[in-house]
Design a protein around this ligand. Structure first.
Ligand SMILES: Cc1cc2nc3c(=O)[nH]c(=O)nc-3n(C[C@H](O)[C@H](O)[C@H](O)COP(=O)(O)OP(=O)(O)OC[C@H]3O[C@@H](n4cnc5c(N)ncnc54)[C@H](O)[C@@H]3O)c2cc1C
Length: 558
């Protein structure tokens, strides 16, 4: 075949990672992106001189992306400078108490002892068991699942004993911690999948293990910077990335797409990769009658993740005592989760997450100011949901009031610029079906071969990458999906994938050793002395406590 043509719909992290690998293999790659920027949900939202991550803020398990970079001859760590955070995050409990999560396990055991002496030792056991569990599960997360027969492959058998399908994540964690607060501190990570720990499979106990063992990173400039750099590198390799170019449909010969249509042009293709939100893209771009398995009715009957209510605030001054990441857990967490996943009502005492990124990365705000990113898990859109102006206003007020629970009493007075994103906006502006920000839910009934396959089963020469396919949502597994997809697609186009296999499994290629990794935690006593290479935020000396300093980007709230 002459140089094969691959068209990728969407420049999200999955689409960009696939583009880099396909171009490296020798394909002629075009990426069509509807938005004026790359990165999809992992992009940078700019506002009056402030930069916010639109979606992901936790950069976890960099190993997968480091291997992908190495496979195309690049070094992730020099292309995208990152800081390993310590503390990784603070967990504040509405029921009382808090935990500053650190990879220093002895220090963690000390904090655990202060919350519940009976639970000391639980973390050490948890780490040991999950180290084994991840080692057994890695082959499953790295392989394609095209049918039930794939589950029976020999190398997967040792993992099955760890699957424990009858157990939820919460039940699993209760075998390590008797204090419900500690159970939550090691299971709230199921929020990355948009699921409650009481419904999420026990398999996902590996998520918080990954944080403690492999670190929580902040890419300088934010996670959106990772997407930008990937796009730049892809362009260097010859990928044609076309922004502001929404795909409107495909031309088919039988079940095989021959071309991709946009408002202005038609792009011929030998293979098509869909990175756009799976449910939304299928329903809007592929005729229903061509989809035998994933027809509209079936998609509508699937379970979807929760959504998020977002506030991106540019504020005067800097909250120096607030860590980079803080997760606040509602006093009645089970009720909070029930409202989101079962009742589909807006939580009245919601859990929430705040990113105070300028304690680590002052480049994100104008001098004298800082950014606050606030995420509140809420139900995805359902027939009874409304996000009219009154609901938006009410939820904004409730969210700002909630911040008092983590000591932010004066946020309203400090706001200089503000953007709000509701589930309705995720659907209408960002093409996310039902505003379900973390895609199809991750119950065992929607995983492995039961999730839409990387080599899409209903069509020919069509592949999926991103959170809607195997292995699932969350950056490390989204990057992994691009490797699985490329290994399925490229050989069928006569291209070699040896370069992908050659770097797979080489632990943390080029990663800084732990003590070479600059740490955040500017506001954290002893650890501040370890910061070393980090600069104090430009305004920090005058911006602590109530002494807000004037900020030049004086926009009022939207
Ligand atoms: C609020 C939030 C917080 C998150 N936090 C984390 C976190 O901390 N850590 C983590 O690992 N993960 C997190 N995630 C989950 C996940 O990592 C991101 O959502 C990720 O960006 C999904 O990547 P993707 O490859 O599936 O594609 P997306 O990011 O969804 O990108 C798809 C792209 O396709 C484009 N597109 C859609 N339709 C068309 C069309 N018709 N034509 C052309 N282009 C089109 C879109 O514009 C978009 O750019 C978070 C997600 C959200 C929303």
């Amino acid at each position: 075949m002459a140089q094969p043509k691959i068209v990728i719909v969407g420049a999200g992290p999955g689409g960009l990672a696939a583009a880099m690998q396909a171009a490296h293999a020798g394909a002629d790659v075009t990426v069509l992106e509807k938005q004026p920027r790359v990165g999809g949900r992992t992009s940078t939202h700019q506002q009056s001189g402030f930069s916010f991550d639109l979606g992901p803020t936790f950069f976890l398990y960099p190993r997968v992306l480091a291997e992908i970079f190495a496979s195309v001859g690049r070094n992730l760590w020099s292309e995208v400078p990152m800081r390993r955070l310590d503390p990784q995050y603070r967990v504040s409990f509405g029921a009382g108490g808090r935990l500053d999560a650190t990879p220093d396990i002895e220090e963690m055991e000390r904090q655990i002892g202060a919350l519940c002496p009976r639970d000391v030792g639980g973390l050490t056991r948890y780490m040991r068991d999950n180290r084994q569990k991840l080692a057994k599960f890695r082959p499953i997360l790295e392989a394609a699942f095209n049918g039930p027969a794939d589950l029976a492959r020999l190398q997967f058998l040792p993992a099955l004993q760890w699957l424990r399908p009858w157990r939820s994540l919460a039940t699993e964690l209760s075998s390590y911690f008797s204090d419900p607060r500690l159970m939550i501190a090691f299971s709230f990570q199921s929020k990355y999948l948009g699921m409650s720990p009481f419904r999420c499979p026990s398999l996902f106990s590996i998520l918080s293990y990954l944080e403690y063992e492999h670190g929580v990173y902040h890419p300088l400039g934010g996670c959106g910077r990772v997407s930008q750099r990937m796009a730049e590198l892809a362009q260097d390799m010859g990928v044609d990335i076309r922004l502001n170019e929404a795909v409107t449909g495909f031309d088919f010969r039988g079940k095989r797409p021959t071309a991709v249509r946009t408002a202005d042009r038609t792009y011929a293709c030998d293979s098509l990769v869909i990175n756009a939100d799976f449910a939304q893209a299928m329903r809007s771009l592929v005729p229903n009658e061509l989809r035998r398995r994933w027809h509209d009715q079936r998609i509508a009957s699937k379970k979807f993740s929760c959504s998020t209510f977002m506030l991106y605030l540019g504020v005067r001054g800097l909250y120096r005592d607030l860590p980079h990441h803080t997760i606040h857990i509602a006093k009645d967490y089970e009720k909070n989760l029930r409202q989101i996943e079962v009742d589909f009502t807006l939580p009245d005492d919601p859990s929430f997450y705040v990113q105070n990124a300028c304690v680590t990365d002052p480049s994100l705000a104008p001098e004298g100011c800082s950014t606050l990113y606030i995420l509140v898990p809420v139900p995805h859109l359902s027939p009874g949901t409304t996000w009219d102006a009154a609901t938006r206003q009410r939820y904004r007020d409730l969210t700002l009031d909630q911040l008092k629970q983590i000591g932010l009493d004066d946020v309203r007075e400090r706001i200089v610029t503000e953007t709000m994103v509701t589930p309705a906006d995720w659907q209408s502006q960002y093409d996310v079906y039902r505003g379900a920000t973390f895609n199809l839910a991750h119950g065992l009934d929607q995983m492995l071969h039961l999730r839409p396959h990387n080599r899409f089963e209903d069509l020919e020469s069509v592949y999926l990458v991103g959170g809607g396919t195997h292995p699932g949502s969350g950056l490390p597994v989204i990057y992994e999906s691009s490797r699985i997809t490329c290994k399925e697609m490229l050989p069928r186009l006569g291209l070699d994938t040896q370069f992908i296999q050659a770097t797979q499994g080489l632990d943390h290629l080029g990663a800084p050793k732990p003590d070479e990794v600059a740490r955040s935690g500017l506001a954290f006593g002893v650890r501040n002395s370890e910061v070393g290479t980090l600069q104090t935020p430009r305004s920090a000396s005058t911006a602590s406590g109530a002494d807000a300093v004037a900020c030049s980007a004086g926009d009022s709230a939207d």
